[in-house]
Design a protein around this ligand. Structure first.
Ligand code: CUA
Length: 324
């Protein structure tokens, strides 16, 4: 029997909550099982303690007219039980945890990572080494395959956690961590950076787009292509601005000449449904707002404010939005 209460409570209180009780991977399923085990065992212990601490004072309270009962000390059997039961519980959970850990984090055996995910203040970079694709923020993964994620950090400690997909893993500068994930069914899986990493930590959302292998392959192939060349004059002007102004010193757009590595790769920016790590929907209005005053939209972000006129802002918006 499962404890669904926590999951239900979460979903009632917070719409679309991220909860381990909605597991969508064998790894998350194992973690959920262990968590349920802990909840059941600790609830049973708590119930026993509460019941006894109510029952005993009531049952054995002093009654008028009765003498003080015989005082005793030491009871080997009782003491063995009091020490033995908790010890058995702890030992049991120790081995159960070990088995879950080895199932969730099996040996890597020199296997190359399928995706390298790097945490930045405050966005996610996703590199697909085999396909030579770099994406940002919306992380596409195929379902039905055991995937190895390599986790790195570019600046400070971040932490990768998509509860429905299992393990949680720190991303530490100078250290390479790995995480296995097998996704059962297609869908959008939300997560969040789980290590405080500065002003915009709360908006360092994770969005995993799990796809059928054919759709995933199509996405990968589309993302391996260079950014679409602009056709209308507005977008063309936007591209010229992007490449010649400072944008290109921080951002890459494959095929345009912009090769900056500080900020997210924007080669297929227009194909993402959200922008600014899940802060808002990706549409021209929000993009225009962001470009006109980044610090107002996402305070603390590394994107400086450039003083562009309205026409330039419109041109940049047109160019970036067309990069599907
Ligand atoms: Cu990255 Cu918190």
């Amino acid at each position: 029997m499962e404890i669904k209460l926590m999951g239900v409570l979460y979903n009632v209180l917070l719409h679309n909550a991220q909860t381990i009780f909605d597991s969508a991977s064998p790894q998350a399923e194992k973690i959920k099982g262990l968590t349920n085990g802990f909840i059941w065992a600790s609830s049973a212990v708590m119930l026993l303690v509460v019941v006894l601490s109510v029952y005993i004072p009531v049952k054995f309270r002093a009654k008028t007219g009765t003498a003080e009962p015989k005082q005793t000390g030491g009871n080997r059997k009782l003491e063995m039980l009091m020490i033995g039961i908790p010890m058995l519980l702890v030992i049991g959970f120790f081995f159960w945890s070990l088995s879950v850990m080895s199932a969730v984090l099996p040996a890597r055996d020199n296997r190359k990572p399928d995706v390298i995910i790097t945490g930045h203040q405050w966005w996610w970079q996703a590199d697909y080494p085999a396909a030579k694709v770099t994406a940002a923020n919306e992380i596409h993964l195929p379902v039905g395959r055991q995937l190895l994620l390599q986790l790195n950090a570019a600046d400070v400690i971040h932490d990768w956690w998509v509860p429905a997909l299992g393990g949680k893993m720190d991303m530490i500068p100078g250290v390479t961590n790995y995480l296995w994930v097998t996704i059962n069914k297609p869908g959008i899986y939300e997560g969040a950076c789980s290590e405080f990493c500065g002003q915009q930590h709360a908006w360092m959302r994770i969005r995993v787009v799990a796809q059928q292998p054919v759709d995933y392959k199509r996405w990968l192939a589309a993302n391996a292509l260079a950014g679409k060349a602009p056709t209308d004059s507005m977008a063309k002007a936007g591209q010229a601005l992007f490449v010649n102004a400072s944008c290109s010193s921080c951002h890459s757009i494959n095929g345009s000449g912009a090769k900056g590595l500080q900020g997210p790769d924007l080669t297929h920016f227009g194909s993402r449904t959200t922008m600014l790590t899940g802060l808002m929907a990706n549409n021209p209005e929000n993009l225009y707002r962001w470009l006109s005053d980044p610090q107002k939209v996402k305070p603390g972000a590394n994107m400086p404010r450039f003083i562009f006129g309205r026409d330039s802002l419109r041109a940049l918006t047109a160019y970036l939005s067309h990069l599907k």
